[in-house]
Design a protein around this ligand. Structure first.
Ligand SMILES: [Fe+2]
Ligand SMILES: [Fe+2]
Length: 435
């Protein structure tokens, strides 16, 4: 910005030396540098080599008229304030020049000293305003440019940061994928231990899992909750692994009191087995309570209502339903879907949670409708998806039964079948009930 403490320069142009002298004298008391020129062309030279704030020019000069001179001056230094000095006879020409914007004001000859001093002071102020305005405009433009550059840099930095975060996330996802696969693998191994103990225990666990997951989904539980329930359902009877088979597969009423006490320990043993693994803590909690009943009639701790975690309430229903309909455990006679459904519904609000039973009824009626029609179709392994119901056992050529008729397919089962098929062909094509 121009330093306004510096003196302003005033240029006076007139072909009469006397006028130049008397005007110069007039401004001696003022804080201006005064330059003089005897003609328009001389005046233009001064403008080119000096920073002029204000010009006072005579209108009538030989060679170059005042109007022509000021017009040329405006092209060299547009902000310089231009004042025309004129006799009364030239007034029309001056007005024309003012209208064309070439002249700021005019002074009539002969002038009054005080008037011309005020006019020049006003003109200088006008010049300062113009310069300030110019400076501020330039400053704003400069700041805008700087701001744009800053924004661009900021955008680049944000983009760069986002790119780094995305890259890190991808790496993390890859790590989690590996961890997840090994985690699922661990669960499969634990499940295998259950199957080795007895195939019936493994098959029961898988059927309970399919049903429990369907109930949990119908109850609109979160993905994490459903995952915990799935794991807990698969492993809910893991505490039975070390128990003697004659206790596990004997009718309840034929068990001695001691044997019953041992059997009822399986939720605690299962809980202790799983709780040691950090990612299985929630599943361990569910396993601990899968034989609790909301009226406090269950075991091992006779918990009531909401003291029992939702996952355990769901598995309680799925487990009971499977025991009633498969009959494979503890040698009881299997009963029909409808009868089992009726039995469970009759215990709604006493043994079993109301919401769980409501979802269970909905889910199981749907499954029943599917199986009732008994229409079967062959499916390729690639077509298998969650919720399909097997219409026949899936066995390998060497006779290993992988899944049983009426099993509800889930993702764990699908990947297990895929794994087996890589090793050994299936005995028959896979068939499911049509929906
Ligand atoms: Fe159990
Ligand atoms: Fe069970």
């Amino acid at each position: 910005m121009e330093n306004y403490t510096e003196k302003h320069t005033v240029l006076i142009v007139d072909d009469e030396q006397n006028i130049l002298k008397s005007l110069s004298r007039l401004f001696e008391d003022e804080e201006y540098n005064v330059l003089t020129a005897l003609s328009g062309s001389e005046g233009l030279e001064e403008i080119k080599s000096n920073n002029i704030s204000l010009i006072i020019s005579d209108s009538r000069m030989p060679q170059m008229s005042g109007i022509d001179f000021l017009e040329k001056a405006s092209k060299i230094s547009p902000d310089t304030v231009r004042v025309m000095m004129t006799g009364f006879t030239d007034i029309d020409g001056v007005i024309d020049a003012i209208n064309k914007g070439q002249v700021y004001r005019y002074i009539e000859k002969p002038w009054k000293d005080e008037e011309i001093k005020i006019l020049v002071r006003d003109g200088i102020k006008h010049y300062e305003l113009l310069e300030q305005n110019k400076y501020l405009t330039q400053l704003t433009m400069k700041q805008n440019t700087e701001l744009k550059d800053l924004n661009k840099n900021l955008e680049k930095k944000v983009e760069e940061r986002a790119r780094i975060i995305i890259e890190k996330n991808i790496k993390l996802e890859q790590i989690f994928e590996v961890l997840d696969k090994s985690f699922v693998e661990t669960i499969r191994i634990i499940l295998k231990v259950l199957e080795i103990k007895d195939e019936k225990l493994g098959a029961h666990a898988k059927r309970v899992t399919s049903l429990a997951v369907l109930i949990a989904k119908d109850m609109k539980l979160s993905e994490e909750e459903i995952r915990d329930i799935e794991i807990a359902a698969l492993l809910h009877d893991i505490g039975k692994v070390n128990m003697p088979s004659f206790i596990l597969f004997k009718k309840n009423d034929l068990l001695t009191i001691d044997q019953r006490v041992i059997l009822k320990q399986h939720p605690i043993i299962g809980n202790l087995t799983l709780a040691a693994i950090d990612r299985l803590k929630n599943a361990a909690e569910i396993v601990l309570s899968h034989h609790e009943r909301i009226d406090g009639s269950g075991y091992p701790y006779k918990k009531f209502g909401d003291d029992i975690v939702t996952g355990a309430k769901i598995i309680a229903v799925a487990d009971t339903f499977d025991k009633l309909t498969s009959g494979s455990i503890q040698g009881i006679h299997p009963i029909e879907f409808e009868e089992a459904l009726e039995d469970i519904e009759s215990k709604k609000g006493s043994s079993f949670d109301e919401n769980v039973v409501m979802s269970f009824s909905k889910v199981i009626k749907n499954v029943k409708n599917v199986t009732k029609k008994r229409k079967k179709r062959e499916v390729d392994i690639k077509e298998l998806h969650e919720g399909m119901i097997l219409s026949a056992n899936i066995s390998t050529k060497s006779g290993i039964v992988l899944m049983r008729k009426n099993d509800i397919i889930n993702e764990v089962m699908i990947s297990k079948i895929k794994q087996y098929v890589e090793i050994e062909d299936l005995l028959d094509p896979i068939t499911v009930f049509e929906k």
